[in-house]
Design a protein around this ligand. Structure first.
Ligand code: ATP
Ligand code: ZN
Length: 329
């Protein structure tokens, strides 16, 4: 929480995660302007500011309390080893951190990298991986354009982010092993330990027990107004962060489903119900023609086509499919 009681959410200013991060916040009900050079945007109707930053700076900003929530790739969090709480994987920004070697370099396994030089922008993650695999290699730290390192004889292999693999192929490299699978993550500040924050303890006492004493010796009811205001604000901020997390989960959950409506022969109802375990049970509505029913159900996107094909086999027709925008269980 900031001293003005607002929440700050830090997202990437301009890069692979920017568009989807802005879209997610929009679906979570945050309304804010985005301009090209904007570093900061207040939300309309909510005490939230959105910060647009380089992704490398976001973990420390959240750890240090400059921002309350952040979105970056899990690769960045793994590398920084910051004390933050990972709240929700976001199902975008998918990529893998991979070890790659020259195509005809004769490398067959990670063990072949013993005594070699590996170029990377992720030295900590690579160091841990090599340690785990008991491989001793020299790590050459580069800020970017890592894939050129073998051609320049700066390194024998690289460890870099890959999504389609086309950049690797362009540079005559091939994947030797995947070090980590990565995606964008919503994360927050780790709460300081209960007894390390007198203000927090005071606030908790003030809110949860009318007879309790806060650390300044006041009974909760008599706590100084400054402390109470800050305590209340902290509590409100925590509640707002919880609400935001629930909203993000609802958006995430919704993306996994499609809402399907169709007509079907009434006598096929049992076999159709068995195909639709999505939520509790499908909605079944009688039609004017007693031989038919209308069915509404949530279907998991990943099994969608198989389910719809089987529904058609059981006589389903007039099948209408819509995306689900939000879904709360
Ligand atoms: P910034 O200017 O904010 O420092 P950047 O150049 O470090 O940006 P991007 O290239 O925009 O970062 O990548 C941001 C994140 O996108 C990565 O950390 C990673 O989690 C994810 N990502 C997804 N696919 C790829 C890919 N093919 N290459 C690199 N990153 C990818
Ligand atoms: Zn970066």
């Amino acid at each position: 929480m900031q001293s003005n009681g607002k929440i700050r959410i830090a997202i990437q200013k301009s890069g692979r995660l920017s568009e989807e991060s802005i879209s997610l916040l929009g679906q979570m009900g945050l309304r804010f302007e985005t301009y090209q050079d904007r570093l900061f945007a207040p939300c309309r109707d909510m005490p939230i500011d959105v910060l647009f930053l380089r992704d490398d700076d976001i973990p420390e900003y959240v750890q240090d309390g400059v921002a309350d929530l952040g979105i970056v790739g899990s690769n960045v969090l793994d590398e920084r080893m910051v004390r933050v709480e990972r709240l929700l994987p976001l199902d975008f920004g998918f990529c893998s951190l991979c070890l790659a070697v020259p195509e005809r370099g004769g490398y067959e396994s990670v063990e072949d990298l013993n005594g070699k030089r590996i170029a990377t922008s992720y030295p900590e993650t690579l160091r841990r991986f090599l340690l785990e695999r008991r491989v001793e290699a020299e790590i050459v730290v580069l800020g970017g354009c890592v894939e050129i390192a073998p051609a320049l004889k700066v390194a024998d292999a690289i460890c870099d982010l890959v999504s389609t693999g086309s950049t690797l192929r362009t540079h005559g490299l091939t994947i030797l092993e995947t070090v980590a699978r990565c995606q964008a993550v919503l994360f927050g500040r780790q709460d300081p330990p209960e007894d390390s924050s007198p203000l927090k303890k005071g606030a908790t006492a003030g809110l949860s027990s009318s007879a309790g004493r806060n650390p300044r010796g006041n009974t909760a009811g008599q706590a100084s107004s400054g402390t109470r205001t800050l305590g209340n604000r902290r509590e409100e901020s925590r509640e707002l962060i919880q609400r935001l997390l629930l909203r993000a989960q609802a958006v995430q959950e919704a993306r996994k489903y499609r809402y399907v409506m169709f007509n079907a022969p009434a006598d096929a109802v049992d076999s159709i119900k068995n195909l639709l375990p999505g939520c509790k049970s499908p909605t079944i509505v009688p039609l004017a023609d007693p031989g038919f029913i209308a069915v509404h159900a949530m279907v998991l996107e990943e099994t969608f086509w198989e389910v719809v094909e089987k529904l058609r086999d059981r006589g389903a027709s007039d099948i209408l499919v819509t995306p689900v925008e939000k879904f709360m269980r």
